[in-house]
Design a binder for this molecule. Structure first.
Ligand code: TMP
Ligand code: ASP
Length: 233
């Protein structure tokens, strides 16, 4: 196949393909938290996150969102368009949890009056800090126009994912997106999975995402499998 490893991240490996405009992404079972300080494995996660991401990228494409997704050639790989990544993580929050709870003291589980969009500067050495639109502009990370498009796209994606998941008994608490450019077009990249979303059972509020690993809650594999089954249903 003539594949060269281009990049290895904490949860994925990226390889070249014969087509320079496309890359192969392999999803690993490895899991990290707290900027890599906690390390472990979630058995079967690579395959589950591949299937969930492929399904949700297709769902978004069907609703008119441009994504990097092209094909799922095997259980734990995707073929995607190669993007020039915007060095930001875009987080959307519907419910208080995680760092929002830490930063504000709001009670976990509080439903927000409107979805909050936040930007984090992708920089491991700095621990991916929260930044605002003035910081983005001052550091030349994205133009004002691109920043407002990111916010708009993130809200549109929330408006598609939230009811889809709700109908399958999953509360979309919050999630993280990464975007990039291909031929002048803005596209959604990276993955959408229980690694990058907080998903709670709608009735019991049981956590069904990576917080089970971060907080040592146990039954991590079962939670990922449960999310896959519900999303495909
Ligand atoms: P936070 O509450 O820790 O800021 O996380 C917000 C959302 O972003 C949550 O759904 C988990 C996701 N996330 C990532 O995908 N990668 C990360 O490195 C972090 C910190 C959060
Ligand atoms: N994946 C991130 C890391 O290892 C953090 C997280 O998802 O909590 O830094």
């Amino acid at each position: 196949m003539n594949q060269t490893l281009l990049y290895e991240g904490k949860a994925k490996k990226v390889y070249t393909t014969q087509d320079p405009s496309r890359v192969l992404v392999e999803f690993k079972d490895d899991a990290t938290a707290f900027n890599g300080q906690k390390k472990g494995q979630i058995v079967g996660k690579g395959i589950i996150n591949t299937k969930i991401s492929a399904h949700l990228f297709r769902l978004l494409e069907n609703h008119g969102i441009e994504t990097h997704f092209i094909d799922q050639p095997s259980d734990n790989t995707l073929i995607v368009e190669r993007l020039r990544m915007v060095p930001l993580e875009v987080v959307v929050r519907n419910v208080v949890a995680g760092s929002l709870k830490q930063r504000t003291g709001l009670e976990e589980g509080t439903i927000l009056a409107f979805p909050i969009v936040e930007f984090y500067f992708k920089n491991d050495a700095l621990g991916d800090p929260l930044i605002n639109e003035d910081h983005i502009r001052a550091m030349n990370l994205a133009s004002t126009e691109l920043t407002s498009r990111l916010k708009h796209e993130a809200r549109r994606i929330n408006d598609i994912l939230q009811p889809y998941l709700e109908a399958r008994g999953l509360q979309l608490v919050d999630f993280k997106l990464e975007f990039g450019m291909a031929d002048g077009d803005l596209k959604l990249g990276d993955e959408i999975s229980p690694d990058t979303c907080r998903l709670w059972d709608k009735e019991s509020h049981k956590k069904l995402d990576k917080d089970r690993f971060r907080q040592d809650l146990g039954a991590v594999e079962d939670a990922y499998q449960e999310v896959l089954e519900r999303i495909l249903s």
